[in-house]
Ligand binder design. Structure first.
Ligand code: NAD
Ligand code: UFG
Length: 337
């Protein structure tokens, strides 16, 4: 298939391109480079072994630019990663987040419809479950109250796409609810490249390991978990990448709208991750216990059986692989791209 990949220069998009090409697909990336470096796409092409990844630098809110992309190309489906994703920043800048994530997706869906491309895989998030009613979380678990505008945009866009598919059954829509993607391509050539102080656990740990940050702050050790620190379902970004290739099957089978949890089904605490990282990297990670972070929940991990049953997809990598590859990327690229 030929796939339009919005936000394909970013963390998850760049890794997904490798799996798409490996499976025999081709892609064109549209990204405005707001949170990405074009060097990522150059390295992706190098890993795949092609001269370059077709790329248009454009904002998906720019209808004219998107129209031109569709006029010049034929796509079988779109994988839609483009969006703003920093939880804390979304609380500070709600309007920017709602505007970019909602409006960008509205323009994209409309232009797709006009060009009769009605197949889309959307990057949703475990955040739509809020503080989950059931652990492990199945897709039937009711959506919860999101504590931040970023999460709201994911929840709202899921609803928009449900309504769209109901109104026009020609649409095939896959909502992938990612749990916590970490790690990097095993080559160490591409990885997560946060701007400024990392918000997320793994990039913070790797920056402590490389000496950029003094110590990790552990946000709370009084949660009702095995060691008091927050438990999450970390998933290797290459496993997440291959989930997108598997999800294309649901599109081919014309399944209408389907939702899949994409995680390993295994929960690890902050301190489990720190210990695994120290073991794998042989680098010490000093940490200090801090107060809880506003909006955090105690435990979040999924039941990923539906994706295995229907798509034949299952995570292959464990926590040690995630730590090894995250560290390999950071070590080889201390300043990122
Ligand atoms: P990322 O920021 O690395 O990638 C997003 C890309 O979209 C960036 O390259 C950015 O430049 C681009 N972009 C943003 N707004 C755009 C616009 N208006 N037009 C064109 N390009 C635009 O983030 P990521 O971690 O790769 O996440 C990809 C998707 O997955 C996002 O939608 C994110 O919300 C979602 N997601 C991420 C996580 C996570 O923990 N990383 C978890 C759940 C869901
Ligand atoms: N944590 C720390 N110190 C840090 C950073 C994080 O102790 O410096 C803790 C958090 O309190 C939490 C765990 O590490 O217990 C994971 O935190 P992350 O920020 O890495 O991830 P979250 O689970 O908070 O959120 C992530 C993404 C969201 C997404 C969600 C579910 O940031 O966008 O996973 O997919 F919605």
């Amino acid at each position: 298939m030929n796939i339009l990949v919005t936000g394909g220069a970013g963390f998850i998009g760049s890794h997904t391109l490798i799996e798409l090409y490996k499976a025999g697909h081709t892609a064109l990336v549209v990204d405005n480079l707001y949170n990405a470096n074009p060097e990522a796409l150059r390295r992706v092409a190098e890993i795949i072994g092609i001269p370059e990844i077709p790329f248009v630098e454009a904002d998906i809110r720019d209808r004219q630019a998107l129209e031109a992309v569709f006029a010049n190309n034929r796509f079988d489906a779109c994988i839609h990663f483009a969006g703003l994703k920093a939880v804390g920043e979304s609380v500070e800048k709600p309007l920017e987040y709602y505007e970019n994530n909602l409006n960008g997706t509205f323009v994209l869906l409309d232009v797709m419809r006009r060009h009769n491309c009605k197949n889309i895989i959307f990057s949703s998030s475990a955040t739509v479950y809020g503080d989950p009613a059931i652990i492990p979380i199945t897709e039937e678990c009711p959506k919860g109250q999101c504590t931040n505008p970023y999460g709201q945009t994911k929840s709202m866009l899921e609803q928009v796409m449900m309504d769209l598919q109901k109104a026009d059954p020609d649409w095939n829509i896959v909502l992938l609810r990612y749990f916590n993607p970490i790690g990097a391509h095993p080559s160490g050539k591409i990885g997560e490249n946060p701007n400024g102080i990392p918000n997320n656990l793994m990039p913070y740990i790797t920056q402590v390991a490389i000496g950029k940050r003094e110590r990790l702050g552990v946000f709370g050790n009084d949660y009702p978990t095995h060691d008091g620190t927050g438990v999450r379902d970390y998933i290797h970004v290459m496993d997440l990448a291959s989930a997108h290739v598997a999800a294309l099957q649901a599109i081919t089978r014309k399944q209408g709208l389907t939702i899949y949890n994409i995680g390993t089904g295994q929960g690890y605490s902050v301190l489990d991750v720190v210990k695994a990282f120290i073991r794998v990297s042989k680098v010490d990670i000093p940490y200090v216990i801090m107060p809880r972070r506003a909006g955090d929940i105690a435990t979040c991990y999924c039941n990923p059986d539906k994706a295995e049953r229907e798509l034949g997809w299952k995570a292959q990598f464990g926590l040690d692989d995630m730590c090894r590859d995250a560290w390999n990327w950071q070590k080889n690229n201390p300043e990122g791209y």
